[in-house]
Ligand binder design. Structure first.
Ligand code: FAD
Length: 427
């Protein structure tokens, strides 16, 4: 056990994007900072983001429109995002020699297409201005006196003191990167309310073997309906990826949160319409014309002209269809009509989602009513800042999670800077 006498202006726990942003900002404004990270390196998860290309933000520069993506929390977030928006993220990185490019759905990436370059810029931002960085150090607890945090204790018994503290330990998604929920445990001990974390942006699972067998097949333009008690509760159109456990792809990942809510109420079925722009009758006529032209061929060879081949084979082999190996001229009108129905409503039961290890983001975290969003401090401890994934903020994929980190880190860091300059004026 070693008690370190120095009192820093700020101690940041966690060297992910939000922690690095706050640490760098405070140092830039002249504050002394200690950054404690339990991994050997900073930004381990950041380097994996966006398939290692890092979807760094979303280039929707209108703050109100940007916040439309944060359904439950947009009113809370207006204050910090009006101080540091996605436009400011562009300026921040471009000023530091990392130009950004905009792709489909306004997703922004570094022009170099390398998440490691984003981590490098952040590490440089942190390490300038004399910040002390200690890696391989796990914080075990925060010590308080009344409503003030006074020190942190590490798992090897060291104690460090500061005027301000930040918890930037992440949520529970991809725990192998270091975000194992330590922050939640520490905050619960400080009497903060934590809503139960759950995998959020995450693939959906099914037990249907034929779905698993389609693993690797993509359908680019389809409509999926999530049905409960015979009613379509959610409807989305776009691309879907079949996997060995169920379905995935951005459209599915971003539907998972709503689907989970349905699952909590009962059985959910997914129904895929592979021809969403074609009415059932028109599709039937199209297939009829196709069959007329190919009377003596096997059905499976003919249908692969209108469907991705793996999918055609799978549909034709379903127990209630089972016409793959028959010649087209033997298919009855009823059989053709049930085939059309299947193509417009390929249905299977959703059993759940994959776990935290496969999630991009987990929901849950510090209840937003317990956070002062003007400066990102805890309502219970005015010298404790709460950043990034530690907050109970739902959002889709598309650069919104990292923007939450840049914004909360920058706003919190600026607030510590303000406190420092006020103190200086009084000296
Ligand atoms: C595979 C994947 C891809 C993603 N892609 C994108 C994307 O392209 N765009 C996007 O916007 N978002 C993406 N995300 C989400 C994004 O990475 C997170 O929202 C973001 O990293 C959260 O940052 P953070 O600073 O809050 O926490 P984290 O990045 O989780 O960092 C927390 C840090 O705290 C450390 N720590 C934890 N406990 C302690 C402790 N007790 N003591 C000391 N240190 C501790 C951890 O080791 C970790 O380094 C992705 C997530 C994953 C898993």
């Amino acid at each position: 056990m070693r008690v370190h006498e120095r009192v820093y202006n700020l101690i940041v726990i966690g060297g992910g994007p939000s922690g690095m942003m706050m640490a760098g900002r405070v140092a830039e404004l002249g504050g002394s900072v200690l950054l404690l990270e339990k991994n050997k390196i900073l930004g381990k998860k950041l380097m994996l983001t966006g398939g290692r290309r890092c979807n760094i933000t979303n280039a929707e520069f209108n703050v109100r429109k940007f916040l439309e993506n944060f359904s439950d929390s947009k009113e809370f977030l207006y204050s910090p995002f009006s101080k540091f928006s996605s436009e400011d993220t562009f300026t921040f990185f471009e000023d530091r020699g990392l130009p950004l490019v905009i792709e489909a759905r306004k997703r922004a990436f570094p022009k170099t297409q390398k998440a490691t370059d984003v981590a490098r810029v952040m590490e440089k931002y942190v390490k300038r201005n004399g910040i002390e960085v200690k890696t391989g150090v796990r914080v075990a607890s925060l010590e308080k006196e009344n409503d003030k945090i006074v020190s942190v204790k590490t798992s090897n018994g060291d104690e460090y003191f500061a005027d301000n503290f930040a918890i930037a330990t992440g949520g529970l998604a991809a725990p192998e990167t270091g975000s194992t929920g330590d922050g939640f445990t520490m905050l619960q001990k400080l009497n903060h309310a934590i809503s139960q974390p759950n995998p959020n942006i995450v693939p959906l699972t099914t037990d249907e073997k034929w779905v698993h067998a389609l693993s690797g097949t993509t359908c680019s333009f389809m409509t999926i309906r999530f049905i409960q008690n015979g009613k379509a509760k959610i409807k989305k159109t776009g691309k879907i990826l079949f996997t060995h456990f169920g379905i995935s792809g951005p459209l599915i990942l971003n539907s998972a949160h709503e689907v989970k809510k349905l699952l909590a109420q009962g059985k959910v079925e997914a129904s895929i319409d592979l021809f969403p722009d074609t009415e059932e009758n028109d599709l039937d006529n199209k297939i009829l014309r196709l069959f007329d032209k190919n009377k003596n061929k096997l059905t499976k060879n003919v249908l692969s002209e209108v469907l991705p081949s793996g999918l055609a084979d799978t549909i034709l082999a379903l127990p209630d269809i089972d016409i793959a190996e028959r010649e087209v001229n033997s298919i009855t009108k009823e059989e053709r009509k049930s085939l059309v129905k299947k193509i417009k409503g390929l249905t299977f039961e959703i059993t759940g989602t994959l776990g935290f290890d496969k999630a991009v983001v987990a929901d849950g975290g510090v209840e937003l009513a317990e956070v002062n969003f003007k400066n990102m401090t805890s309502m219970l401890y005015p010298n404790l800042y709460l950043l990034g994934d530690i907050l109970n903020v739902n959002r889709p994929s598309g650069g919104f999670s990292l923007q939450l980190c840049w914004t909360t880190g920058w706003v919190a860091g600026s607030d510590v800077g303000n406190k420092l300059s006020k103190n200086k004026r009084w000296q």
